[in-house]
Every structure is written in structure tokens, then in C-alpha cells.
Design a protein around this ligand. Structure first.
Ligand code: DI6
Ligand code: FE
Length: 408
């Protein structure tokens, strides 16, 4: 006897079965103790369940995974955005003390409770678009107390929104104002004090860094990576967003889980990612919001066999994006991903980018029962509609969570 059996549905398992979207029509899904006990043709179910739930012909996908966000922050940057529309560049605003540092100021001033509340409200909106796992970075605190506050807020907000949270420590996001004239001292502290403490208190699942002219150099990011790995934390990198810094090669050398953005990724960078099995995480909403014109080298990534994920990059400066299904559309429209590649990018490949590929990302027996149920006639519609609320309900670790939009 299983806990739950879902019937009258079609499953886009996203497993590598040779079928488009790994689809199983007329499927049934058995759930037991929070895990998938069965995913297959309804005709072959042989076990009963305490509860049977008809999905009335809906499609089921793995719960969506947003593998790159900065969802914990205070305030917003609508003013700065208006300035950019008048011609100011992201770099100019950053150099004038705006940009990331203005969010640092607001986030340092916010209480833990206020951050939990604003983050939970954002995560609940993400959940309405089918998200069951989200990666959240710190990086607007830039000292141990405020980075810790962000990472604790991320965990608490996830519990409120019924979303699993994977946390990344992004102390190397920007140089904090108090270290503006001493880069080395900040990196010394980050590597010798902050990273060891974050690791010891298990506040993060990985360490990220921003490798860019306006942030940290490749050599500085290398120091951060060495400290992270010596404390047992895997790494990921914001690489080649605005310029080619050779960040992808650095990420690959350190066996990074992912290299993210990659608009200016070189041939050598692609080869390095392919060799290391590092996931390329593309962020089309940031590309859109910055009015970027240089898309990442999709065809070459595809050819090299680099797994491609896509994510919202939800943050107040470059991507105020709360709908991962709209990100699917942008991935296809702006980057020419196929709808199937886009959906892989928020399921199987996003799971790999978080090191969670054995737990989530496909509908396969044994994995966590994280599912999204959709009002669509074909999985490609998830990437096709814009601004739609297609999700009917989610299951998170086997528990039904109804969508507030559709509560009957
Ligand atoms: N890349 C991004 O897209 C965000 N951080 C980063 O390193 C932007 C963060 C911000 O502008 O607040
Ligand atoms: Fe980012």
C-alpha cells in the first residue's frame, strides 16, 4: 500500500527515455513516504494506495528547480532601472556606489524577520509557477553577521513557502564599502574567517563568487574557491557575464557544480566546462532586463555536450523575475533553446547544477516526490505561454500544496 496514487494524468518525466520530454501518456504516479514509488503506465499499476487522486487529464512534471537566485534582499532598485533606461550603464551605476552596494545598505539595515517576510512573499509567487526547489545566494550582507542573517532568512522563507532551499555563500559578490581601499584585507577575512565559519555552521551548500571587472578578479576568485574546497564546500561561479575573464576555466579547474551567465564565454571556456562536467546556467531574464545583445554561445555549448540549465537570477538589480515559466519562454525566444531544452534546464540539468541530481529533477521511482501539476495539453506549452498561471497544484516531498490562485 502506497500513501498516494495519482491517476488520470500524463507525465513529462524529463528522464532520458528517448521520448520527447520523457513523456508517459495515461500515466499513474505512486507516492510513498515522501518519495516516488512508481511512475509508469496506469495499466501496469499493481499496488493500491490509501488515497487515490484523479488529476483529470492534467500533465505532471518534476517540481521546477530555480538553480540561481538572489531572492533574499531588502528594498528594490526601480529608480536605478529608470536611470539605466535613460542611458546609464550597470557598470557606471555600480562605480557611483549604486547597484549591488545600494542593496547591501538596505539589507544590512533590515531585521531578520523583515527579510524572512519579504523573501517568503517572493518564494510564494515562485511557487505559483511550479517551483519546488530554489537556490538562494547571500551576497548583500558582505560581513559575517549580515551574510548569516541572509542565509538564515533563506531557510526560514523556504519553510513558509513549502520550497526546498539550497543555499550558496556569495561573500565575494562585491567589495563592501568599509574595505573599498583594501581588497586584500577583505579577501583575507573572507577566506580565513568567514568561509570556515559558514562551513562549520552548515549555513551554505556551496560557495559562489562574481568574477567580473566590477567585482573580483580570476585570481581573487581562485583564493575563494581554494578556501571553500578546503572546507568541503563545492563551488559555482558568476562567469563571463559582461566580459570574458576566463572564469569558466577557473570554475572547471575546481570541479564547479555550475558556471553561470556566460554571455561572453570563449571556445576554451566551453571545452573546459565540457571536460569538467560543469553545468552552464543561463539567465535569460537578466539578459533581457539589461537589454544585453550578446547571447551566450548556445550552439557551441550544445555541440560540446555541456548540460544547460536556465534560472531566474531573481535579484533587485538585474532580474526582478518571479516566474520561472516566463524564464522558459525567454530561454527559447532570446537564446533559441528548444522548449524541451528549456524544460530540462529547470528540471534535470538544474538538479545537477545543485548537486541534487540523485534526489530531484526527474520523475523516477526513488526520487523525492516533488511534482507540479499543469493545465496544459502538451509540455511545450510551459515555455509557450507568457504571464500565464498554468499550475494547478504542487506536491512537495509527497505532500499536496494547493495553488492559492486556484483554491476551490
Ligand atoms: N550577477 C547578477 O546577475 C547579480 N549578481 C551578480 O553577480 C546582480 C545583483 C545585483 O545587481 O544586485
Ligand atoms: Fe546572479
Amino acid at each position: 500500500m502506497w500513501d498516494t496514487l495519482l491517476i488520470d494524468c500524463h507525465a513529462a518525466t524529463m528522464a532520458k527515455t528517448g521520448e520527447r520530454f520523457g513523456a508517459i501518456r495515461d500515466a499513474a504516479i505512486g507516492i510513498d513516504r515522501g518519495r516516488l514509488a512508481f511512475v509508469g503506465a496506469s495499466a501496469s499499476v499493481k499496488t493500491g494506495a490509501r488515497e487515490i487522486h484523479s488529476l483529470k487529464g492534467a500533465w505532471v512534471t518534476p517540481g521546477l528547480i530555480d538553480c540561481h537566485t538572489h531572492a533574499v534582499f531588502a528594498g528594490n532598485r526601480a529608480q536605478e532601472w529608470a536611470m539605466r533606461l535613460q542611458g546609464a550603464s550597470y557598470e557606471e551605476i555600480a562605480k557611483a556606489g549604486g547597484g549591488i552596494l545600494s542593496t547591501v545598505k538596505a539589507t544590512r539595515a533590515a531585521s531578520l524577520e523583515a527579510l524572512v517576510a519579504s523573501t517568503a512573499s517572493r518564494l510564494l509567487k515562485m511557487a505559483e509557477h511550479g517551483v519546488t526547489t530554489v537556490e538562494i545566494k547571500s551576497g548583500y550582507g558582505l560581513d559575517l553577521e549580515n551574510e548569516t542573517k541572509m542565509l538564515v532568512a533563506a531557510e526560514r522563507a523556504g519553510k513558509i513557502a513549502n520550497i526546498h532551499v539550497s543555499r550558496s555563500f556569495l561573500g565575494a559578490h562585491a567589495l563592501p564599502p568599509e574595505f573599498a581601499h583594501d581588497r586584500k584585507a577583505y579577501l583575507d577575512r573572507l577566506c580565513a574567517e568567514d568561509i570556515p565559519k559558514i562551513a562549520q555552521q552548515r549555513l551554505a551548500d556551496s560557495v559562489d563568487a562574481f568574477c567580473e571587472t566590477i567585482a573580483f578578479t580570476k585570481d581573487e576568485c581562485r583564493r575563494v574557491f581554494e578556501a571553500a574546497r578546503s572546507h568541503g564546500l563545492p563551488v559555482r561561479l558568476h562567469a563571463e557575464q559582461r566580459s570574458d575573464q576566463g572564469g569558466a576555466q577557473l570554475a572547471a579547474e575546481h570541479g564547479a557544480l555550475s558556471a553561470d551567465h556566460l554571455e561572453h564565454l570563449s571556445e576554451e571556456g566551453i571545452a573546459a566546462l565540457a571536460r569538467a562536467g560543469t553545468v552552464a546556467v543561463l539567465l535569460p531574464a537578466a539578459y533581457y532586463f539589461l537589454r544585453d545583445t550578446n547571447p551566450p554561445p548556445i550552439a557551441a555549448l550544445r555541440k560540446a555536450g555541456v548540460p544547460i540549465a536556465i534560472a531566474s537570477d531573481c535579484n533587485p538589480g538585474t532580474s526582478p523575475m518571479l516566474s520561472l515559466t516566463d524564464v522558459l519562454n525567454m530561454g527559447c525566444t532570446l537564446f533559441r533553446l528548444t522548449p524541451e531544452e528549456a524544460l530540462q534546464g529547470v528540471t534535470r540539468h538544474a538538479a545537477k547544477a545543485l548537486g541534487l541530481e540523485k534526489e530531484v529533477g526527474t520523475l523516477e521511482a526513488g526520487k523525492v516526490a516533488d511534482l507540479a501539476v499543469w493545465d496544459i495539453g502538451d509540455p511545450a506549452e510551459l515555455a509557450y505561454w507568457i504571464g500565464a498561471h498554468l499550475m494547478i497544484e504542487r506536491y512537495v516531498s509527497g505532500q499536496l500544496v494547493r495553488n492559492a490562485w486556484r483554491a476551490e
